[in-house]
Design a protein around this ligand. Structure first.
Ligand code: THU
Length: 160
């Protein structure tokens, strides 16, 4: 028996002003779409802004449903929209922001497991890393240079 260890790392920005200008713009768009989320059940609103290599920005917010599992996270709303509209474009960056209605979200909110797997599909398909920034309503902004930091040992098509 042997043990392996896998290193994963993130950059931490203390506020939006510390991030590149392009990211500040994306974050503003992510916040605007977050405010339009349909989240009557969880009261937890999430917004995602995706920048493509063709310069287009695609947005998404979480969309809930009375039959709970039928709803969809902001990240997947946005990434499926990007894949639908611009199937040949590469995804450069995803910015995610989340805010609870009942308290102030101070933790950086990362994509859930299902969203990580969905983002992985696009990163593998385009054979180029996707930068992911995630934050709460206030507080630190975390950046991962690739989905792989969020999902080491990811399952992908090369394993089929
Ligand atoms: N949610 C997202 O939109 N993205 C995530 O990565 C975490 C969770 C949504 C799903 C649901 O509408 C609400 O947040 C509470 O889980």
């Amino acid at each position: 028996m042997k043990k392996i260890s896998i290193n994963t790392e993130f950059s931490v920005f203390e506020n939006a002003q510390e991030t590149p200008q392009e990211i500040q713009t994306l974050l503003k768009e992510a916040i605007a779409i977050r405010n339009k989320a349909y989240a009557p059940y969880s009261k937890f609103k999430v917004g995602a802004a995706i920048l493509l290599d063709n310069g287009k920005v695609v947005l998404g917010s979480n969309q809930e449903n009375a039959a709970y599992p039928s709803g969809l996270c902001a990240e997947r709303v946005a990434i499926f929209q990007a894949g639908s509209l611009y199937p040949d474009a590469k995804i450069k960056t995803i910015v995610v922001t989340a805010a609870a209605e009942l308290n102030t979200t101070t933790n950086p909110i990362p994509p859930c497991g299902a969203c990580r797997q969905s983002i992985a599909e696009y990163e593998i398909r385009q054979d180029a890393p996707i930068e992911i920034y995630f934050t709460g309503e206030i507080g630190d902004i975390y950046k991962s240079d690739s989905l792989k930091n969020l999902l080491p040992l990811l399952f992908n098509k090369n394993m089929l």
